[in-house]
Design a protein around this ligand. Structure first.
Ligand code: NDP
Length: 502
C-alpha cells in the first residue's frame, strides 16, 4: 500500500475538521462513560456500518483491470463504429472478470462459468460487451433466469449448495445441456482469468456506413493459451488460496506481463440467418466456425490494476443495453431480457446516478435532462434547463445515428411449443462438442467431473433426476451416456423399472 499522498497532512473529519486525536473517545472522567457530543466517534462508527453495498445477485466475486483495445484489421465493411474505424486506433477499456454463483467471499476456482464484462470508453459513448468465458448459456428465455440462478445458490432450508436442485433443473431443461457440458469440462475450472477465452455470447448486429446490417458474434481468444485446473486441483486450490485468480491477475500485471486477447468476430448475413438450421439468436447454440469463420479485429490488453478495488471493481456497472453507433441488438431473447435487467440491478445496487461513478462515466460529452436523485455529483446540469424541448439550449437529437428498420414477420405469442425447425434440437451441438472439439483427455475429465457432480444428487427423486439427465447425455452421444451411467454405477434396468412403476 502506498501513502505518498499522506505526507505531512492533518487527519480530519469528512467535513474537514482536524482531529485532536483519534484513539480515545471523549469521556466523563478517565474511566467513562462516553459523551454523546463526540461526533467523530459517531462518524467513524456510522460510516463503518454503511461500508457494504448490496452484493451483486450474480457475478458477486470479481477482479478487474484497465487496459486498451487496438484495432489490427479493417472491419469497416461491417460496422461504422468509430472505435473500429482505423487500424492502430486505441480505445481505453475496463474489464471485470467474475465467477457467477458464489458470494463475494467465495473461492475463485469454483466450477462455474466466468464473467467477462468489458467496457470500451469510446468517443461515441461507452460500449459494454457483457459476456462470459463460454459461447453459450444454460437457458434461452430470460423468464427462466431467476429460477435457474436459485438452483445455483443455497438450499432454502439447509443454506448449503444443493446438487439435487441443480441437476433437477438442468434435467428438466434440456436446452441447458450444451452449457452444462462446457461447465463440466475442465473449462469450468479455468486456471486463471488470463488463461480463458471471452465471448460476447449473444448475437449482436453491426451496421456499416451504408446502413447495411449483419448479425455478429464476438470472440476474445486468450493469447496466454487455454489452461485449466482439473476438478481435483481446483478443489485443492479453494483451500490453499480462495483468491487465486485475483492474486494471479494483480501479480501478472505488477510484473508487467500484460494479458492479451485477440478479438475476432463471426458475421452472418440476413440471408444466411434465414437459411441457418438453428435459430441464430438462440443463446444455447454456437455458429459453426466452418460456416462462419473467425475474422480478425484487434488486440485487447490489460495493463493497469485499479488503485482502489471498491472504487472501480465493486462499483463497475456494465449493461448490454450500452451499445454504440454501428453496433446494435438482435432478437436474442436472453439479450432482450438483459437490456432491462442490468441497468435495473445497477440502480438498485449503486443508485440512479450510477453512471456518474468514475469507472462507469463516459469520458466524452454526456448531455441529457436527467436530474437529481441520490448522489448527483456531476453538477446536476447546474443552472441549465431541465426539460426538453426548450428555447434556451442548443442541444439536438442526431438522425444520422438512426439504425435501419428490422423486418418482423411474427405473431405475438409465448412460443413454447411453436418453435421453428432446429429450435428444440438440444443435442447436435453438445454431440459435436464431445466428438469434435474435445480430445480424449478432455472427454475423460468431462465424464469424471459429471460423475462426481451427479453423485451429490440425493433424496426421493434421485433416480428420476439421474435417469432424466442420463437420457440427455445419451441423446448427445451414446458413448457419453454410457460412460456417465457406468461411472454412477447405474443399473439401467432397475432404474427404468422403478420409473415405470412410480
Ligand atoms: P471447431 O472445431 O471449429 O471449434 C471448436 C471450438 O471448441 C473451438 O473454438 C475451441 O476453442 C472450442 N473448445 C475446445 N474444447 C472445448 C471445451 N472443452 N469446451 C468448450 N469449448 C471448447 O468446431 P465448430 O465451430 O464446428 O463447433 C463444434 C463444437 O465446438 C460446438 O458444437 C461447440 O460445442 C464447440 N464450440 C464452438 C464454438 C463456435 O463458436 N463455433 C466456440 C466454442 C466451442 P479454442 O479454439 O479456444 O480451443
Amino acid at each position: 500500500m502506498k501513502n505518498e499522498k499522506n505526507k505531512n497532512r492533518k487527519l480530519t473529519t469528512a467535513s474537514g475538521k482536524p482531529y485532536v486525536e483519534n484513539e480515545n473517545t471523549l469521556s466523563a472522567g478517565a474511566r467513562g462513560p462516553l459523551l454523546l457530543q463526540d461526533f467523530i466517534l459517531h462518524e467513524k462508527m456510522a460510516h463503518f456500518n454503511r461500508e457494504r453495498i448490496p452484493e451483486r445477485v450474480v457475478h458477486a466475486k470479481g477482479s478487474g483491470a484497465f487496459g486498451t483495445f487496438t484495432v489490427t484489421h479493417d472491419i469497416s465493411q461491417y460496422t461504422k463504429a468509430k472505435l473500429f474505424n482505423q487500424i492502430g486506433k486505441q480505445t481505453n477499456v475496463f474489464l471485470r472478470f467474475s465467477t457467477v454463483g458464489g458470494e463475494k467471499g467465495s473461492a475463485d476456482t469454483e466450477r462455474d462459468p466466468r464473467g467477462f464484462a468489458l467496457k470500451f470508453y469510446t468517443e461515441d459513448g461507452n460500449w459494454d460487451l457483457v459476456g462470459n468465458n463460454t459461447p453459450v448459456f444454460f437457458i434461452k428465455d430470460p423468464k427462466k433466469f431467476s429460477d435457474f440462478i436459485h438452483t445455483q445458490k443455497r438450499d432454502p432450508r439447509t443454506n448449503c449448495k444443493n446438487p439435487t436442485m441443480m441437476w433437477d433443473f438442468w434435467s428438466l431443461n434440456p436446452e441447458s445441456l450444451h452449457q452444462v457440458m462446457i461447465l463440466m469440462s475442465d473449462r469450468g475450472t479455468p486456471y486463471s482469468y488470463r488463461h480463458m477465452n471471452g465471448y460476447g455470447s449473444h448475437t449482436f448486429s453491426m451496421i456499416n456506413a451504408e446502413n447495411e446490417m449483419v448479425w455478429v458474434k464476438f470472440h476474445f481468444k486468450t493469447l496466454q493459451g487455454i489452461k485449466n485446473f482439473t476438478g481435483d486441483a481446483a478443489t485443492d486450490m479453494k483451500g490453499q488460496d480462495p483468491d487465486f485468480a485475483q492474486r494471479d491477475l494483480v501479480e501478472a500485471i505488477d510484473r508487467k506481463e500484460f494479458p492479451k486477447w485477440a478479438l475476432k468476430i463471426q458475421v452472418m448475413t440476413q440471408e444466411q440467418a434465414k437459411a441457418f438450421p438453428f435459430n441464430p439468436f438462440d443463446l444455447t447454440k454456437v455458429w459453426p466456425h466452418g460456416d462462419f469463420p473467425l475474422i480478425d479485429v484487434g488486440i485487447l490488453e490489460l495493463n493497469k490494476i485499479p488503485k482502489n478495488y471498491f472504487a472501480d471493481v465493486e462499483q463497475a456497472a456494465f449493461a448490454p443495453a450500452h451499445v454504440v453507433d454501428g453496433i446494435g441488438y438482435s432478437p436474442d431473447k436472453m439479450l432482450q431480457g438483459r437490456l432491462l435487467s442490468y441497468p435495473d440491478a445497477h440502480r438498485y445496487r449503486l443508485g440512479a446516478n450510477y453512471e456518474q461513478i468514475p469507472v462507469n462515466k463516459c469520458p466524452f460529452m454526456v448531455n441529457n435532462y436527467e436530474r437529481d436523485g441520490a448522489m448527483a455529483v456531476n453538477g446536476n446540469g447546474e443552472d441549465s434547463p431541465n426539460y426538453f424541448p426548450n428555447s434556451f439550449d442548443d442541444i439536438y437529437t442526431d438522425e444520422s445515428y438512426k439504425e435501419p428498420p428490422v423486418q418482423l414477420d411474427s405473431l405475438v405469442a409465448d412460443w413454447y411449443d411453436r418453435n421453428g425447425p432446429g429450435d428444440n434440437d438440444h443435442y447436435t451441438q453438445p454431440g459435436l462438442l464431445f466428438n469434435k472439439a474435445m480430445n480424449d483427455y478432455d472427454r475423460h475429465n468431462l465424464v469424471e467431473n459429471i460423475v462426481n457432480a451427479m453423485k451429490g444428487i440425493s433424496g426421493e427423486k434421485k433416480d428420476m433426476i439421474i435417469m432424466r439427465q442420463l437420457c440427455h447425455f445419451f441423446r448427445a452421444d451414446m458413448k457419453l451416456g454410457m460412460a456417465v451411467a457406468t461411472g454412477l454405477e447405474v443399473d439401467m434396468k432397475t432404474v427404468t423399472d422403478k420409473l415405470k412403476h412410480s
